[in-house]
Design a binder for this molecule. Sequence first.
Ligand SMILES: [Zn+2]
Length: 547
Amino acid sequence: MHTSFSVRLFLIACTALLHACNTKQPADLIIHHAVIYTCDSAFSIREAMAIKDGRILATGTTAEIQQRYAADSMLDAQGQFIYPGFIDAHCHFTGYATDLWKCNLYGTASWEEVLQRVEDYARTAPTEWIYGRGWDQNDWPVKAFPDKSELDRRFPHRPVLLKRIDGHAVVVNQRALDIAGITAASQIPGGRIELRNGQPTGLLLDAAMDEVEKHIPPPGDSLTKRFLLQTQDSCFRYGLTGVHDCGVSERLLELVEAEQTAGRLQMKIFALLHDSAQYYDRWIRSGPYRKGNLHVGGFKVYADGALGSRGACLSTPYRDAPTQRGFMISGPDHLRMLAQRLSASSLQLCTHAIGDSANRAVLQAYGMVLKGTNDRRWRIEHAQVVHPEDIPLFGRYGIIPSVQPVHATSDMYWAEERLGRERMTGAYAYRSLLAQNGWMPLGTDFPVEDINPLRTFYAAVARRDLSGYPEQGFQPDEGLDRRSALLGMTVWAARAAFEEKEKGSLEPGKAADWVWLDTDLLQANVNQLLKTGIRAVFVDGKAVYRP
Ligand SMILES: [Zn+2]
């Protein structure tokens, strides 16, 4: 549908030219009069590009390309800007899809609004369970965590589970606790059951939350496939042509592959498997899996939880909760065991680490196995709070920090309350982390944050929120230069998945995945960045989005 649409609307057939230029090499499409940021190793800028069979034939000046190639379709970019298709190096593509049947609690301004949305949703919910996602008590006038009392009053007979925006905490009602068999006496390693006066409040963290969630039946295959395609559309409209899906089940991978094989899912997906002992041996034996647009490259492990829910594992107590230090979801023993086993394969190990203690544990576990510089590209996802003394370990062991610049500007209002002034030095320290290996992939963590990769770019360079606050930027010394921000969303993201030879830059032989924007991301005023318009998005030389 999109191809014929693009051909009809803005590609000009030039049969006359073909007749006149028999000696020219045939191409499918020529883009000319553009400013093409190729993102190659010299950061070259070109005017024109010829494409055939979904791949880039050549780039050059408009005159050079038109002299050497003849194409059925010509696209005049009108002096505007072409970039490699954006790649989100840390998101939850399938998670976003399977969230689409849940009650949307993103952007709620109070607990009262959450309850209202849940009541509306409950009337048409597809299952007995009332399943919501996206609340954030930091956005409310009362910043205390919610409890189950109102949920028990309004839903005495139906189980309710409402997940926090970061995916690391839920509030559930008594019915849900009963189904999961959770009481005040339950002990769940890697999780926490919040108690008040000796009784569960309904707030559960991490592994405790999983104990309830596993009782919720997943949506059926056909519904899930529909949601995958909806998610793809939501990504294409922001210029994303590739995603790193951080933590996927084998069942969802099968559905992804089926939709890709059927030609409906064109999104390029690099997937990291959920950490599960069930299939370590099988995957370690077979190694990375590549077929078409699916690449399964390693395991995603959780070292700790998140800062917002105080599940991030800190080396000293939370400043605003002096009895708490957070906790490890996977302790050092598990990390070392997995690192050891994966060292025998070419799979990547990608571990979520937020707190300084968790980051140290992962760096040490990786370091014990990697020993020195290497090209395994094992990653630490988020690398959010790192003790300044530990930052050099990323360079020493060639460990790749995989960071999400919007997290800095989402958390900046309250991060210091949690961490204390001193610990802010190594928090959201993206420039220091980039310096370690000289390259670094960037992502959004959607649905935790918005899908839009231009927000990543803006947050990385401006270190401001959408309203422009703070004017000088949050810890501006740790912002990224624009070139690095663009590379982090393109070729460095590809590199973090061992895919830099096939995508991420616009060079001959690589996939013709590109976006056409009306704004020069390298030159425009910082306030213009978020007003950028998307003119077209192409995957393998075919238009997948055109507003
Ligand atoms: Zn994530």
